[in-house]
Design a protein around this ligand. Structure first.
Ligand SMILES: [Zn+2]
Ligand SMILES: [Zn+2]
Length: 284
């Protein structure tokens, strides 16, 4: 007796399984899930409405706000969260409080005159050595979207780094942690972190974790994205684009998400602008 078929679907059918998408064929429980009809309906690129991590000229990005919006329009997106570096990250054009307010006003004016694309005024705020953030709360609360990230002290021990990250998540204005493990593919291992504590704190504080879609990061990776999803943590996909073309890495983030079993409801990027703004106010 041979089992086969013309198309893959028929092969799965012959062994009484629903079709398992290629991304899930990693022996991570997909057969069992298939037998119980519990396979996820994987996220599709077409469901993505925006990018949650783009740098502009305000910090070390190359593009103006309107150029970013125009690129988003060409990509069929509806909104972009412009998250520039914070004040103490001088090597990356960290934005002063004064310039951040100027950026916020520019975005307000842009949004009033733009009928399709909306911008969110965000920041990628540095998590400082003591776990405090690089802007005071009264500044963070004026922003639409706040991602916090570790960019310094990579060599610190696990307890120190974990405490920094966990403390940042306790801040009511931090929505997501950018590139949570800090790995750079072929260049650097991730920071030493107690990920169990990080995930637990994300659940407790309703903080999201990022899938950074920049091709050298892809962080969280697929396996950790699945762990986050299993715990009910929402993910934010951000390209970390510093030049316009890098916004197209958005699809790499979707590929990671699919390998991590993520569905439409697991990522904030599938929300409309209004839904997103409403959701982001929840944590505060
Ligand atoms: Zn960063
Ligand atoms: Zn960034």
């Amino acid at each position: 007796n041979y089992i086969g078929g013309k198309e893959e679907e028929e092969v799965f059918k012959a062994v009484d399984l629903p079709y398992i998408p290629p991304e899930l064929r990693e022996d991570r429980g997909e057969i069992e899930a298939g037998l119980q009809n519990k396979l996820p309906k994987l996220l599709e690129l077409g469901e993505i409405k925006g990018d949650l991590h783009v740098h502009s000229k305000y910090s070390d990005g190359a593009a103006t706000l309107s150029e970013i919006a125009e690129k988003a329009r060409k990509m069929g997106l509806q909104w972009v969260a412009v998250c520039d570096h914070s004040q103490s990250l001088k090597v990356a054009g960290g934005v002063s409080v004064e310039d951040l307010r100027r950026k916020r006003r520019e975005i307000e004016i842009f949004n009033q005159s733009s009928s399709d694309i909306k911008l969110l005024c965000g920041t990628e705020v540095d998590i400082l050595n003591d776990g405090s953030l690089d802007y005071p709360d009264e500044i963070l609360k004026e922003l639409d979207f706040v991602i916090a990230a570790i960019h310094t002290g990579f060599k610190q021990d696990e307890a120190t780094l974990t405490t920094r990250m966990v403390k940042a998540m306790e801040n009511p204005y931090v929505h997501s942690i950018a590139h949570p493990t800090g790995r750079i593919i072929n260049e650097r291992e991730g920071y030493s972190l107690n990920l169990e504590q990080v995930f637990a704190k994300a659940v407790q504080t309703n903080t999201c974790l990022e899938i950074n879609a920049y091709f050298k990061r892809l962080d969280l990776n697929d396996i950790l994205s699945k762990t986050a999803r299993d715990k009910g943590i929402k993910l934010t996909i951000g390209t970390d684009a510093h030049i316009l073309d890098q916004m197209e890495y958005l699809r790499l983030g979707v590929f990671v998400a699919r390998r991590g079993w993520l569905e439409k409801g697991d990522v904030l990027n599938t929300m409309s602008y209004d839904q997103l703004i409403h959701f982001l106010k929840r944590k505060k």
